[in-house]
Design a protein around this ligand. Sequence first.
Ligand code: ADP
Ligand code: MG
Length: 354
Amino acid sequence: MPPLALLYRHPLLRALTLTLTCLLAACSRGDDPVYRDQFFAFGTLIDLSFYDVETARAEQASQALEQAFTQMHTDWHAWQPGALQQVNARLAEQGQATGDPAIAALIQEANRLSLLSNGLFNPVIGRLVALWGFHSDEPPQGPPPAGERIRQLVEQAPTSADVHVDGLQISGHNPAVRYDLGAFAKGYAIDRGIQQLRELGITNAIINAGGDLRGIGRHGERPWRIGIRDPRKPGVLAAVELAADESVFTSGDYERFYEYEGQRYHHIIDPRSGYPASATVSATVIHPLAATADAAATALFVAGPDDWPAIARQLGVGYVMLVDREGRIHMNPAMKARLVFESEPDTIVMSDAL
Ligand code: ADP
Ligand code: MG
């Protein structure tokens, strides 16, 4: 996935900032107060930005984060050997598993958010995701799976309500349950990463995983500014300034997909039909916690242009933008008030229901 939508400045402000910087003769020395580093985890580039942190401490924090993210990626991987795969195997064979504290907490939080989303964010449909060929680092090749196989998996209807977590004990009441935390683990990991940064005394930072990010503190005198990727062309759709502690997550049909006979098959599956959700091309959520924002972006993508406000309310999400198949932009007024669009959208559909 391209590491797009990094730190973004509105063109006017960018010009102004550059002018000021050059006037102060700092541009030639390149003494940017932002320390940047990146590493690869969760199938994407993780970009770190720390404002005004001495280099030795920044390097130490960056290394600690890389180590933690690499471990979390292995532990919570949906289809490679690790702790989650073991939980899945035990649940399938014996209906119960013993997790480690981190994975038990992760699963419990995923289950909670899944129930609040009416199961549209459904972290236990691993078999469906695998059937569609997305349990692979390579994009799948068509044709799509046979309708009969999809129908069988949908009928088994695994949901988070089938799983009960009590301490480290995880019990399942449906043998079809397979955890796939692809829609959630990255956000949850970012929240843990931010916690780690705070413990290291870093209070102005962004952790950005391929455009999904959480920012804390500020970029010096001004807030952090970030861009939301345009789902249909290279570049930025809109810019937003972050409050002191906020996450911005987007689920899009462009992240992982293949085309077969002119039809696009992407990686966000509607658990009710078993097919990729087709009414949305991207859903963006702003929320303090990255884990909630990640689960919510996926849930609202599946909910689509008609049902997103009700699900957003249940999830406690206050800012949403959804781009539908026709390119119309759906938003609530609070979100509209915060976005600076690159070019004025043709159609905006406002929802007062959120
Ligand atoms: P991305 O990871 O590309 O930002 P998402 O957060 O929406 O996008 O996660 C999509 C991934 O989540 C899929 O690759 C799959 O592993 C899993 N998934 C697909 N559909 C659902 C769903 N309805 N609920 C929960 N997880 C899903
Ligand atoms: Mg998600």
